[in-house]
Design a protein around this ligand. Structure first.
Ligand code: ATP
Ligand code: MG
Length: 429
């Protein structure tokens, strides 16, 4: 099987690549490429020219995770496509799924007349082709069954998420409020993260929570976890969200500053987005910052439902180390309090909660971190809420500006390497 041939992310680029050239209304042709990242835009057009000789193709497209088409017209855009594809392969590999070929859609071509005039082989298998020349594949069952996440979102947003369609698998972790499971959604074939919280509340309150969660459908940012739906069964609520294969930041030990910087950028963008919707996060901490092997960083567990927060709070004991001093002493909570938690989330080692309330704000060990990083943390952790940076100042801070380059590959490689190491330590399954 092809996926067995794939090693860690960096080694993957030397492996066999199968490009599936989709032909309008007529199936597809699988082309096995051995040159991998050295592949040029021109080479792809040449092969498309062989497959569709009667059409003039000047560009082609591929689909991103939301099913949106992205056009490729140059070697630069080819590189971006391959980097995106290799990260999806890594994700499929981590999830134990079959590796899907890279699908491309030739553009500006007339519908082909008679095809297969160049002696192309017919590939009737469901899996990726191992042929070294283009091969026409017929039914493409694995692809036709797979729904794009945009499509999935549409289905789930129609309230079609229910207990019967979900198969709970591993436990991802326990929090104060509930337990998070990795789960399989049967109708869509998607892996989800489902948070199950036990709540002994009235039907009225259940309804109120469900309506308060409605706003999650409107949250549309690549820095916020995707929401698929929620439902009550007896005295528990299940909240279904996008599964992040890298898990939360709290399980990563030492994060190098150039990686942490890119993560901080995503977190600041996620918070800025929530604040723009007048949502305060209220629980900013490393376990609520999720990463995946694509290098994406997303926030989860923000307080959109006051009723849900209140109901969980009744069973919640103690406080947490990321809370701002004004919150611990029961004063008003605002954007500034989220900013404090942002600062402390990126600070290691953590200081004792008592120190934060009673003494001066903690400072980072000098020498270990860059000056902009230390400045960023110290500004976020000013004891007076109003002295902390406002949202627009956060985005303009030199530490954030420095790492705001959209380089997801840095985070992606770091997550992939950490997962490999973790798997190595656990030994063979
Ligand atoms: P608290 O209850 O105080 O917020 P917590 O964030 O650690 O603490 P949960 O929110 O219940 O607790 O999450 C438990 C664990 O599940 C997290 O630490 C994280 O590792 C994992 N997790 C949560 N959501 C996802 C997700 N969407 N994808 C992958 N892992 C997740
Ligand atoms: Mg959480």
């Amino acid at each position: 099987m092809l996926w067995l041939a794939f090693g860690p992310f960096h080694a993957m680029e030397n492996q066999v690549l199968v490009i599936r050239i989709k032909i309008p209304n007529r199936g597809a042709v699988d082309w096995t490429v051995t040159s991998g990242p050295q592949l040029l835009f021109r080479d792809v057009l040449d092969v498309i020219g062989q497959v569709l000789p009667e059409a003039t193709t000047t560009a082609f497209e591929y689909e991103d995770e939301d099913g949106d088409r992205i056009t490729v017209r140059s070697d630069e855009e080819m590189k971006a496509m391959l980097s995106y594809y290799y990260s999806t392969v890594m994700e499929q590999q981590v999830n134990g799924q079959l590796i899907e070929p890279l699908q491309i859609f030739p553009r500006a071509c007339k519908p082909p007349g008679e095809r297969n005039i160049h002696g192309l082989k017919v590939n009737t298998r469901a899996g990726p082709s191992q042929h070294s020349s283009p091969a026409v594949s017929d039914a493409l069952p694995s692809n036709s069954l797979k729904k794009s996440s945009a499509e999935l979102k549409k289905i789930l947003a129609n309230g079609q998420m229910n207990e019967q369609d979900i198969r709970y698998r591993d436990t991802l972790g326990h929090g104060n409020g509930g337990t998070v499971y990795k789960a399989y959604h049967v109708p869509s074939g998607k892996i989800l993260a489902v948070k199950v919280i036990l709540l002994d509340i009235t039907l009225e309150l259940q309804k109120q929570i469900m309506s308060e969660l409605e706003i999650l459908y409107k949250c549309d940012s690549s820095y916020i976890i995707g929401f698929y739906g929620a439902f009550f069964v007896e005295n528990r609520i299940s909240i279904c969200t996008e599964f992040m294969d890298g898990g939360s930041l709290d399980v990563y030990r030492k994060i190098p500053e150039h990686v942490l910087g890119r993560i901080a950028v995503a977190v600041v963008k996620g918070l800025t987005y929530l604040w723009s919707l007048k949502i305060l996060h209220r629980d900013v901490k490393p376990s609520n910052m999720l990463v995946n092997t694509r290098g994406q960083v997303k926030l989860c567990d923000f307080g959109v439902s006051t009723q849900l927060v209140n109901s969980i709070a009744k069973t919640y004991v103690g406080t947490n180390a990321y809370m701002a001093p004004e919150r611990i002493s029961g004063e008003q909570y605002g954007i500034h309090s989220d900013v404090w938690s942002l600062g402390i989330s990126f600070m290691e080692p953590l200081q004792l909660l008592q120190c934060i309330v009673d003494e001066d704000s903690p400072v980072l060990p000098v020498g270990e971190f860059s000056e902009p990083f230390v400045h960023f943390i110290t500004q976020c952790m000013r004891k007076q809420p109003k002295e902390r940076p406002a949202p627009e100042e956060l985005m303009g801070h030199p530490f954030i500006v420095q790492f705001n380059d959209g380089n997801a590959a840095v985070v992606s490689m770091w997550v992939c390497r950490a997962l490999e190491e973790r798997r190595g330590q656990q030994g063979p399954p």
